[in-house]
Design a protein around this ligand. Structure first.
Ligand code: GCB
Length: 584
């Protein structure tokens, strides 16, 4: 899926701004025609979650309506007019000019509709979107039917972050020519000092004409002709002495694809590509053939008032702080992040583990529900890969976070094993160039975790297990990891470890919840990993404090495991990490 682009053949109209908004707790809007006009609207900002914009919406997860009247530029007449939502959490239905155009299920991923036939050329066109985020066991992430499996918070979810809702990402209206480039897939390889670039392009209308590729190299550009057959063309470029993409030099080459009719260009699209490889060899992770160690965090898209809404200054600030602390990597825990985050990661040189929203998966409510979730996860994997396949920053696919074999699957690890083997195979079938993994917790079956290309585990020894006893906890963890490594022979990533620290609290000797304890715990993990070269990644949980449900173990409804506060000020742990990670 190509991100909208402004060029000589395509235009974008960004619909960020104030929309009309109304809650619909009785769910009468659809029968009463709210898609034409809202009876009692108020203004809301898009993109942003609705939860923190008003007092009465914080915990509201039901149906709500967004409306906007727009004038489509007359110059777009004759073009295909597309309406693209960066995300809508969780379920969305869309009407244009009072007519239904389509729906989408699942947050955190983009979807779009061709609305060319529905826009008005004589006046404004009304866009109406109905969104709801009801918790349900047959959604992903699911909510629990079994009280044993909930996080015991309000809202009652199976996971540890706030279920923010709404139009969290930009809504873009864009035009593209009737004959257009529909998709492109770029795969890069390295051959000695050269870069090999394979490009597969899909054009609309089963196009049988010609096209061209051009790679800007800074000197003479590299070109190739394209011959489309039934809408598909392939070409390869070989770049001598390629400048490889890597964290300390995230170099991007502009690659322009053009569809041509004789000498006239019918459509063009430019992708910024990075030439790099990623591979697991033995118990090492190799970037461009060299061992790489991931230093970074699990994060959240989370900030006061915006909720999970895209906030470009915060995105820039976060990447600046990631550099300040010496990180080179993060995981999009626990859902795909915005397109804009991935674009920035390419430009800034971060190595991303890209995760679908399969957090807190349940296996306790019968085969039918498990099958439904399997189908949703497979769709989410396909959609995520379709969106992010061309980002050099994305180095691995994560198909789940912390599935556990509690509930009915206790004693039936095989059903879960099949579930994850199928998800991992699905990811590998969609993309043969990146490793795939699932992130296990303490109770996740060993047989499931072992299916990952890189063994990836979350461990809270010294916090939830052996609280207050860091030395003993880390010694026990070291034994467990040594054994896991010996049994699988694969590289290991600790994708989460950390301690809550309420900023400004101190103790000597270190005590849980203080800044000293958090820093001491991170130090013990880093020291343990330093002696084990097969631990190829350390992701601290979390980059910043983040909002979660209200509950007895989450003071102020905040998870305080951030090394930065929610407003991005460093705790002692951030300074400690900087002292370690910047010297390497
Ligand atoms: C975990 C989860 C993460 C939580 C974290 C915690 O294992 O993956 O979502 O926030 O623990 O702080 O408990």
């Amino acid at each position: 899926m190509l991100y909208p682009q402004q060029n000589a053949h395509r235009s974008i109209c960004d619909l960020s701004g104030f929309w009309s908004f109304q809650l619909d707790p009785q769910e009468i809007g659809e029968t009463e025609g709210w898609f034409r006009a809202l009876p009692a609207p108020r203004s809301i900002a898009v993109p942003a979650s609705w939860n923190e914009q008003f007092e009465d919406t914080r915990d509201y997860l039901g149906v709500a309506w967004y409306l906007r009247r727009i004038v489509v530029p007359p110059a777009w007449r004759g073009q295909r007019i597309m309406l693209r939502f960066g995300s809508a959490t969780y379920a969305a239905k869309v009407w244009i000019g009072g007519k239904p155009v389509g729906s989408h299920l699942g947050g955190h991923l983009p979807f779009e509709f061709d609305i060319s036939a529905l826009v008005s050329w004589d006046g404004p066109t009304t866009i109406a979107v109905q969104v709801e985020n009801k918790l349900s066991p047959t959604r992903v992430p699911p909510s629990a039917t079994n009280p044993e499996l909930t996080a015991n918070t309000f809202p009652d979810v199976t996971y540890d972050f706030f279920p923010y809702c709404g139009l969290d990402r930009p809504v873009l209206l864009y035009s593209r020519p009737p004959l257009h480039i529909a998709d492109a897939t770029v795969v890069t390889a390295i051959d000695g000092a050269d870069g090999a670039i394979d490009v597969t392009i899909t054009a609309s209308d089963k196009w049988n004409g010609r096209g061209a590729l051009r790679l800007e190299t800074g000197g003479d550009s590299l070109t190739a002709d394209l011959a489309f057959k039934n809408g598909t063309a392939q070409a390869s470029l070989r770049l001598r002495k390629a400048r490889l993409w890597r964290p300390d030099d995230p170099f991007l080459y502009p690659l322009t694809i053009a569809l041509k009719d004789g000498d006239s260009v019918r459509d063009a699209y430019t992708l910024d590509i990075g030439i790099r490889t990623i591979e697991v060899r033995g118990d090492q992770l190799l970037l461009n053939g060299q061992p790489i160690h991931l230093k970074g965090f699990g994060r959240h898209e989370d900030f006061p008032v915006h909720g999970r809404g895209l906030d470009l200054p915060v995105l820039i600030r976060d990447h600046a702080l990631l550099k300040w602390v010496g990180a080179n990597s993060y995981r999009t825990s626990h859902y795909p992040y915005s397109d804009e985050a991935m674009i920035l990661a390419d430009r800034e040189g971060f190595l991303i583990i890209d995760e679908i929203p399969a957090v807190g998966l349940l296996f306790d409510d019968g085969d039918k529900a498990v099958e439904t979730r399997l189908a949703i996860c497979k769709q989410q994997i396909a959609d995520l890969i379709a969106r992010d396949k061309n980002h050099p920053s994305v180095i691995m696919w994560s198909v789940a976070n912390e599935p556990s074999s509690r509930g009915a699957l206790r004693g039936n690890a095989d059903a879960g094993l099949e579930f994850f083997m199928e998800l991992l195979a699905h990811a590998r079938a969609q993309d043969r160039t990146r490793p795939a993994l699932l992130v296990g917790e303490q109770r996740t079956e060993r047989s499931w975790v072992a299916q990952s290309d890189v063994i990836t585990v979350n461990r809270y020894w010294g916090w939830y297990v052996l609280p207050g006893q860091i030395d003993k906890a880390v010694a026990q963890l070291a034994r467990e990891l040594d054994e896991l490594h010996a049994a699988t022979g694969k590289p290991v990533i600790i994708a989460e470890f950390g301690a809550d620290a309420v900023a400004g609290t101190h103790s000597e000797p270190p005590q849980m919840w203080t800044e000293e304890y958090q820093a001491a715990m991170l130090k013990a993990y880093l020291d343990m990993a330093a002696a084990r070269p097969w631990i190829v990644g350390l992701h601290v949980w979390n980059f910043a404090d983040f909002k979660t449900g209200q509950g007895t173990h989450r003071a102020l409804g905040i998870n305080h495991k951030g090394v930065f506060t929610r407003d991005r000020q460093p705790k002692m742990a951030a300074r400690f990490l900087r002292s370690q990670w910047r010297k390497e």
